[in-house]
Ligand binder design. Structure first.
Ligand code: SF4
Length: 316
Protein backbone atom coordinates (compact mmCIF):
# COMPACT_ATOMS: atom_id res chain seq x y z
CA UNK A 1 0.00 0.00 0.00
CA UNK A 2 1.52 3.29 -1.16
CA UNK A 3 2.14 6.12 1.31
CA UNK A 4 2.25 9.31 -0.76
CA UNK A 5 2.98 11.88 1.94
CA UNK A 6 5.10 12.44 5.01
CA UNK A 7 4.19 15.19 7.42
CA UNK A 8 7.15 16.35 9.47
CA UNK A 9 6.52 18.48 12.53
CA UNK A 10 9.89 20.25 12.50
CA UNK A 11 9.45 21.93 15.89
CA UNK A 12 7.02 22.64 18.71
CA UNK A 13 8.21 26.25 18.77
CA UNK A 14 6.21 29.14 17.35
CA UNK A 15 6.63 32.90 17.28
CA UNK A 16 2.87 33.49 17.53
CA UNK A 17 0.28 32.41 20.05
CA UNK A 18 -2.95 32.04 18.09
CA UNK A 19 -6.21 31.85 19.96
CA UNK A 20 -7.35 28.74 18.09
CA UNK A 21 -4.05 26.82 18.10
CA UNK A 22 -4.45 23.13 19.00
CA UNK A 23 -0.80 22.56 19.94
CA UNK A 24 0.52 22.62 23.48
CA UNK A 25 3.80 21.94 25.17
CA UNK A 26 6.25 24.48 23.85
CA UNK A 27 8.06 25.00 27.17
CA UNK A 28 10.95 22.73 26.13
CA UNK A 29 12.03 23.45 22.56
CA UNK A 30 12.15 20.36 20.38
CA UNK A 31 13.57 20.22 16.86
CA UNK A 32 13.50 17.21 14.55
CA UNK A 33 17.15 16.88 13.48
CA UNK A 34 17.99 16.78 9.77
CA UNK A 35 19.95 13.56 10.34
CA UNK A 36 16.81 11.88 11.74
CA UNK A 37 14.71 13.23 8.87
CA UNK A 38 17.09 11.75 6.30
CA UNK A 39 17.11 8.38 8.10
CA UNK A 40 13.30 8.32 8.16
CA UNK A 41 13.10 9.20 4.48
CA UNK A 42 15.54 6.46 3.61
CA UNK A 43 13.40 3.93 5.48
CA UNK A 44 10.21 5.32 3.91
CA UNK A 45 11.52 5.23 0.33
CA UNK A 46 9.95 1.86 -0.62
CA UNK A 47 6.49 3.24 0.23
CA UNK A 48 6.53 5.64 -2.75
CA UNK A 49 6.54 8.93 -0.84
CA UNK A 50 6.44 11.91 -3.20
CA UNK A 51 5.30 14.79 -1.04
CA UNK A 52 6.64 16.17 2.22
CA UNK A 53 4.71 18.59 4.40
CA UNK A 54 6.80 20.69 6.77
CA UNK A 55 4.77 21.83 9.76
CA UNK A 56 5.20 22.96 13.35
CA UNK A 57 4.85 25.08 15.43
CA UNK A 58 6.40 27.40 12.93
CA UNK A 59 8.77 25.26 10.79
CA UNK A 60 11.01 28.17 9.77
CA UNK A 61 12.15 28.41 13.43
CA UNK A 62 14.08 25.16 13.05
CA UNK A 63 17.80 26.04 13.26
CA UNK A 64 18.52 23.77 10.26
CA UNK A 65 15.55 25.00 8.23
CA UNK A 66 17.57 26.03 5.16
CA UNK A 67 19.58 22.79 5.20
CA UNK A 68 16.34 20.79 5.42
CA UNK A 69 14.81 22.57 2.41
CA UNK A 70 18.02 22.14 0.45
CA UNK A 71 18.47 18.43 1.32
CA UNK A 72 14.85 17.43 0.65
CA UNK A 73 14.68 19.37 -2.62
CA UNK A 74 17.85 17.73 -3.89
CA UNK A 75 16.39 14.28 -3.21
CA UNK A 76 13.46 15.31 -5.40
CA UNK A 77 10.46 15.58 -3.08
CA UNK A 78 7.64 18.03 -3.61
CA UNK A 79 7.76 20.29 -0.54
CA UNK A 80 4.74 21.86 1.12
CA UNK A 81 5.57 24.44 3.76
CA UNK A 82 2.90 25.24 6.38
CA UNK A 83 3.83 28.64 7.79
CA UNK A 84 2.45 31.81 9.32
CA UNK A 85 4.61 33.68 6.79
CA UNK A 86 6.40 35.89 9.31
CA UNK A 87 9.90 34.58 8.47
CA UNK A 88 9.56 34.39 4.72
CA UNK A 89 11.44 37.66 4.29
CA UNK A 90 14.46 35.90 5.86
CA UNK A 91 14.30 32.63 3.95
CA UNK A 92 12.76 33.42 0.58
CA UNK A 93 16.06 33.43 -1.31
CA UNK A 94 17.01 29.97 -0.04
CA UNK A 95 13.50 28.69 -0.77
CA UNK A 96 13.46 30.25 -4.24
CA UNK A 97 16.69 28.43 -5.12
CA UNK A 98 14.66 25.22 -5.01
CA UNK A 99 11.56 26.66 -6.65
CA UNK A 100 11.00 23.56 -8.77
CA UNK A 101 10.61 21.43 -5.64
CA UNK A 102 8.20 23.77 -3.89
CA UNK A 103 4.71 22.35 -4.27
CA UNK A 104 3.09 24.97 -2.07
CA UNK A 105 3.74 27.64 0.53
CA UNK A 106 0.69 27.28 2.74
CA UNK A 107 0.11 30.61 4.51
CA UNK A 108 -2.19 30.77 7.51
CA UNK A 109 -4.81 33.43 6.97
CA UNK A 110 -7.53 33.91 9.56
CA UNK A 111 -9.45 36.81 8.10
CA UNK A 112 -9.94 39.08 5.13
CA UNK A 113 -9.72 42.05 7.49
CA UNK A 114 -6.54 43.02 9.29
CA UNK A 115 -8.34 43.28 12.63
CA UNK A 116 -9.88 39.78 12.35
CA UNK A 117 -6.52 38.18 11.56
CA UNK A 118 -4.57 40.19 14.15
CA UNK A 119 -7.15 39.57 16.88
CA UNK A 120 -6.38 35.88 16.54
CA UNK A 121 -2.63 35.94 15.80
CA UNK A 122 -1.35 39.16 17.27
CA UNK A 123 -0.55 42.66 16.11
CA UNK A 124 1.10 43.08 12.69
CA UNK A 125 0.67 39.40 11.80
CA UNK A 126 -1.68 40.32 8.93
CA UNK A 127 1.02 42.62 7.53
CA UNK A 128 3.44 39.69 7.65
CA UNK A 129 1.06 37.59 5.56
CA UNK A 130 0.64 40.43 3.03
CA UNK A 131 4.42 40.73 2.87
CA UNK A 132 4.77 36.95 2.42
CA UNK A 133 2.23 37.04 -0.43
CA UNK A 134 4.24 39.79 -2.12
CA UNK A 135 7.44 37.78 -1.74
CA UNK A 136 5.85 34.62 -3.20
CA UNK A 137 4.57 36.58 -6.18
CA UNK A 138 7.92 38.27 -6.85
CA UNK A 139 9.82 34.98 -6.52
CA UNK A 140 7.24 33.00 -8.49
CA UNK A 141 6.57 30.62 -5.58
CA UNK A 142 3.19 28.84 -5.53
CA UNK A 143 1.19 29.78 -2.44
CA UNK A 144 -2.16 28.94 -0.85
CA UNK A 145 -4.13 29.94 2.22
CA UNK A 146 -4.98 27.79 5.22
CA UNK A 147 -8.02 29.14 7.02
CA UNK A 148 -9.50 27.66 10.18
CA UNK A 149 -13.17 28.61 10.34
CA UNK A 150 -14.11 30.07 13.72
CA UNK A 151 -16.68 32.26 15.38
CA UNK A 152 -14.37 35.21 14.59
CA UNK A 153 -14.15 34.80 10.82
CA UNK A 154 -17.21 32.80 9.74
CA UNK A 155 -18.72 35.93 8.21
CA UNK A 156 -15.59 36.68 6.13
CA UNK A 157 -15.28 33.45 4.11
CA UNK A 158 -16.53 35.09 0.91
CA UNK A 159 -14.14 38.01 1.32
CA UNK A 160 -11.21 35.63 1.93
CA UNK A 161 -12.00 33.85 -1.35
CA UNK A 162 -12.32 37.20 -3.16
CA UNK A 163 -8.96 38.30 -1.78
CA UNK A 164 -7.33 34.97 -2.70
CA UNK A 165 -8.45 35.32 -6.32
CA UNK A 166 -7.23 38.92 -6.42
CA UNK A 167 -3.69 37.98 -5.31
CA UNK A 168 -3.49 34.89 -7.58
CA UNK A 169 -3.41 32.43 -4.74
CA UNK A 170 -3.40 28.78 -5.90
CA UNK A 171 -5.87 27.30 -3.39
CA UNK A 172 -7.68 27.88 -0.12
CA UNK A 173 -7.87 25.08 2.43
CA UNK A 174 -10.72 25.70 4.85
CA UNK A 175 -10.69 23.54 7.95
CA UNK A 176 -12.62 23.23 11.16
CA UNK A 177 -11.42 24.13 14.59
CA UNK A 178 -10.07 21.47 16.95
CA UNK A 179 -12.02 21.84 20.17
CA UNK A 180 -9.14 22.61 22.47
CA UNK A 181 -9.29 24.34 25.84
CA UNK A 182 -7.75 27.44 24.33
CA UNK A 183 -10.25 27.63 21.46
CA UNK A 184 -13.14 27.17 23.89
CA UNK A 185 -11.75 29.75 26.31
CA UNK A 186 -11.54 32.21 23.44
CA UNK A 187 -15.15 31.43 22.46
CA UNK A 188 -14.18 30.48 18.91
CA UNK A 189 -16.25 27.32 18.76
CA UNK A 190 -19.07 27.11 16.20
CA UNK A 191 -22.28 25.25 16.92
CA UNK A 192 -22.99 22.21 14.73
CA UNK A 193 -25.55 24.26 12.83
CA UNK A 194 -22.99 27.03 12.25
CA UNK A 195 -20.41 24.48 11.07
CA UNK A 196 -22.86 23.03 8.56
CA UNK A 197 -23.77 26.50 7.35
CA UNK A 198 -20.07 27.43 6.95
CA UNK A 199 -19.49 24.19 4.99
CA UNK A 200 -22.38 25.06 2.69
CA UNK A 201 -20.90 28.51 2.14
CA UNK A 202 -17.47 27.01 1.34
CA UNK A 203 -19.02 24.65 -1.23
CA UNK A 204 -20.85 27.60 -2.81
CA UNK A 205 -17.54 29.49 -3.03
CA UNK A 206 -15.90 26.43 -4.57
CA UNK A 207 -18.50 26.47 -7.31
CA UNK A 208 -18.43 30.23 -7.74
CA UNK A 209 -14.65 30.39 -8.19
CA UNK A 210 -14.17 27.10 -10.09
CA UNK A 211 -11.47 27.58 -12.73
CA UNK A 212 -10.01 30.57 -10.86
CA UNK A 213 -8.91 29.03 -7.60
CA UNK A 214 -9.12 25.62 -5.91
CA UNK A 215 -11.19 25.67 -2.76
CA UNK A 216 -11.00 22.69 -0.42
CA UNK A 217 -12.92 21.75 2.66
CA UNK A 218 -10.41 19.72 4.66
CA UNK A 219 -11.29 16.48 6.46
CA UNK A 220 -12.87 17.26 9.80
CA UNK A 221 -16.08 18.84 8.50
CA UNK A 222 -19.51 17.54 9.51
CA UNK A 223 -20.33 14.30 7.68
CA UNK A 224 -23.94 13.22 7.68
CA UNK A 225 -23.16 9.51 7.53
CA UNK A 226 -21.52 8.26 10.73
CA UNK A 227 -19.93 5.48 8.65
CA UNK A 228 -17.40 7.88 7.11
CA UNK A 229 -13.83 6.54 7.33
CA UNK A 230 -10.87 8.95 7.24
CA UNK A 231 -8.03 7.33 5.29
CA UNK A 232 -5.39 9.99 5.99
CA UNK A 233 -3.41 7.73 8.38
CA UNK A 234 -3.17 5.10 5.63
CA UNK A 235 -1.85 7.52 3.01
CA UNK A 236 0.70 9.35 5.13
CA UNK A 237 3.37 9.09 7.78
CA UNK A 238 3.05 11.71 10.52
CA UNK A 239 6.27 12.36 12.42
CA UNK A 240 6.32 14.77 15.34
CA UNK A 241 9.28 16.87 16.50
CA UNK A 242 10.48 14.08 18.83
CA UNK A 243 10.63 11.61 15.97
CA UNK A 244 7.44 9.83 17.05
CA UNK A 245 5.20 8.32 14.40
CA UNK A 246 1.69 9.57 15.17
CA UNK A 247 -1.62 8.15 13.99
CA UNK A 248 -2.25 11.58 12.46
CA UNK A 249 -0.29 14.82 12.59
CA UNK A 250 -3.40 16.58 13.95
CA UNK A 251 -3.08 14.51 17.11
CA UNK A 252 0.59 15.32 17.72
CA UNK A 253 1.23 17.56 20.73
CA UNK A 254 -2.47 18.26 21.05
CA UNK A 255 -3.74 20.66 23.69
CA UNK A 256 -5.74 17.78 25.26
CA UNK A 257 -4.48 14.79 27.16
CA UNK A 258 -4.58 11.70 24.92
CA UNK A 259 -3.89 8.14 26.09
CA UNK A 260 -0.63 7.62 24.18
CA UNK A 261 -2.15 5.10 21.76
CA UNK A 262 -2.01 7.80 19.07
CA UNK A 263 1.77 7.32 19.06
CA UNK A 264 2.76 4.29 17.04
CA UNK A 265 6.45 4.31 18.00
CA UNK A 266 9.64 6.28 17.52
CA UNK A 267 10.80 6.40 13.91
CA UNK A 268 14.44 6.07 14.96
CA UNK A 269 13.85 2.99 17.07
CA UNK A 270 11.18 0.96 15.32
CA UNK A 271 11.24 -0.66 11.94
CA UNK A 272 8.92 1.29 9.60
CA UNK A 273 7.23 -1.85 8.27
CA UNK A 274 6.43 -2.91 11.85
CA UNK A 275 5.13 0.62 12.58
CA UNK A 276 3.00 0.51 9.45
CA UNK A 277 1.47 -2.80 10.51
CA UNK A 278 0.75 -1.38 13.96
CA UNK A 279 -0.81 1.76 12.47
CA UNK A 280 -3.05 -0.26 10.14
CA UNK A 281 -4.18 -2.36 13.13
CA UNK A 282 -4.96 0.81 15.06
CA UNK A 283 -6.89 2.16 12.08
CA UNK A 284 -8.94 -1.06 11.97
CA UNK A 285 -9.53 -1.07 15.74
CA UNK A 286 -10.66 2.56 15.73
CA UNK A 287 -13.05 2.07 12.83
CA UNK A 288 -14.33 -1.24 14.23
CA UNK A 289 -15.14 0.46 17.52
CA UNK A 290 -16.88 3.29 15.69
CA UNK A 291 -18.93 0.75 13.75
CA UNK A 292 -19.91 -1.00 16.98
CA UNK A 293 -20.87 2.34 18.54
CA UNK A 294 -23.06 3.16 15.55
CA UNK A 295 -24.82 -0.21 15.87
CA UNK A 296 -25.16 0.34 19.65
CA UNK A 297 -26.49 3.88 19.04
CA UNK A 298 -23.66 5.38 21.07
CA UNK A 299 -22.69 7.96 18.47
CA UNK A 300 -23.26 11.60 19.41
CA UNK A 301 -23.79 14.50 16.96
CA UNK A 302 -20.21 15.63 17.66
CA UNK A 303 -18.90 12.25 16.39
CA UNK A 304 -20.07 13.22 12.90
CA UNK A 305 -16.96 15.43 12.82
CA UNK A 306 -14.31 12.75 12.07
CA UNK A 307 -11.44 14.49 13.90
CA UNK A 308 -13.56 14.91 17.03
CA UNK A 309 -14.29 11.20 16.95
CA UNK A 310 -10.54 10.45 16.68
CA UNK A 311 -9.81 12.70 19.65
CA UNK A 312 -12.56 11.08 21.72
CA UNK A 313 -11.20 7.65 20.78
CA UNK A 314 -7.65 8.50 21.82
CA UNK A 315 -8.76 10.32 24.97
CA UNK A 316 -10.27 7.18 26.49
S1 SF4 B 1 -7.71 13.39 13.34
FE1 SF4 B 1 -8.61 11.49 12.52
S2 SF4 B 1 -10.30 12.17 11.17
FE2 SF4 B 1 -8.99 13.96 11.57
S3 SF4 B 1 -7.58 14.00 9.82
FE3 SF4 B 1 -6.58 12.84 11.49
S4 SF4 B 1 -7.09 10.70 11.13
FE4 SF4 B 1 -8.50 11.92 9.90
Amino acid sequence: MEVSTIRLELTNQCNLFCKHCFKHNRATPEYLPLKTILEILKKAKPYGVREIGLTGGEPTLHPQFEDIISALSRIGYSLHLFTNGSNLHIFHKSIARFKNSIGDIRLSLDGAEETTHDNNRGRYSYRSVREAIKICRVEGLPFSFNTVVTQANKHELGKIAEFAVKVNCKSIFFSHLQLTKRAKRNKLELSIRECISADRKILELKEKYAGKINIYLCVGYYVKSPFYVCRIPLNSFSIDCRGNINYCILLANLDRRLNGQEIIGNAQKVDLTYARKKLINRFLTLNRRKFEEIIGKKISPSDHFPCRYCIRYFEN
